[in-house]
Design a protein around this ligand. Structure first.
Ligand code: SAH
Length: 220
């Protein structure tokens, strides 16, 4: 059900997703509560609606329940010190949530945490940086712990890898090899694959480099 979690405030939207068992983990609730979706949409009135919304350039900010699913699946790989790639970073919303999931100022590995957002519409990259700053993440950007760049996300960004977790928001017709190569050992990727309809796949790479593929659910 796409719309049932809509709230009057950001905190209510996230609490509704926890009640509906879309969010299972307290860590995800805490991280998503810290990121105010109003900072990442074009029309603030729709910010707390559990639906995708247009952000221009033919792109949308995904529905909150879709973002929640993605981070729940990636959660075991999101820790202080992790490196994360967000492909098709659009509004920057999910990059912010991923960053909040790595944040633990009391953990010495915290300083090595890094989220890289890659988006092929350069205007959206610029807008997403402004959104992240509005949301209080200016210092993470200044320190390079969040990096938003323009480019073809299917090629990834090998120089900042390997990545403990890769989220792909832009569906690919087939699984991009380069992204699989950039997964750490161990590492996990969440990716919609297909053309007319898509299947979301979880790609796991184990400590020995063996790669397995598990279909999670279908999306339109
Ligand atoms: N997760 C983001 C955006 C999801 S929409 C959010 O919720 O805001 C998917 C995004 O992927 C769009 O912004 C689109 O411009 C971008 N995109 C599509 N193909 C891409 C590619 N090959 N490389 C980088 N970005 C791409």
């Amino acid at each position: 059900m796409a719309w049932r979690c809509t709230g009057a405030t950001n905190a209510e939207l996230i609490a509704n997703m926890a009640k509906a068992d879309i969010i299972h983990s307290d860590r995800v609730t805490a991280a998503m509560t810290k990121v105010d979706r109003a900072n990442y949409v074009r029309y603030a009135n729709d910010a707390y609606e559990d639906s995708p919304q247009t952000i221009g350039y033919g792109a949308t900010i995904s529905a909150p329940h879709m973002h929640a699913h993605a981070v729940e699946y990636l959660l075991p790989f999101l820790k202080p010190g992790s490196r994360v790639l967000d492909v098709g970073s659009g509004s920057g919303y999910l990059s912010a949530v991923l960053y909040q999931l790595l944040e633990d100022p009391s953990d010495p590995r915290n300083k090595d945490s890094k989220v890289v957002g890659i988006e092929h519409v350069s205007e959206l990259v610029e807008w997403s940086v402004g959104n992240l700053r509005k949301d209080g993440l200016g210092s993470a950007l200044d320190k390079g712990q969040i990096k938003m760049i323009a480019g073809d996300g299917r090629k990834g960004l090998p120089e900042d890898g390997p990545y403990d977790a890769i989220h792909v928001g832009a569906a690919a017709p087939t699984l991009p090899k380069g992204l699989v190569e950039q997964l750490a050992r161990p590492g996990r990727m969440f990716i919609p694959v297909g053309t007319r309809t898509q299947q979301v796949l979880q790609i796991d790479k184990d400590a020995d480099g063996n790669v397995t593929e598990k279909p999670l659910f279908d999306v339109l």
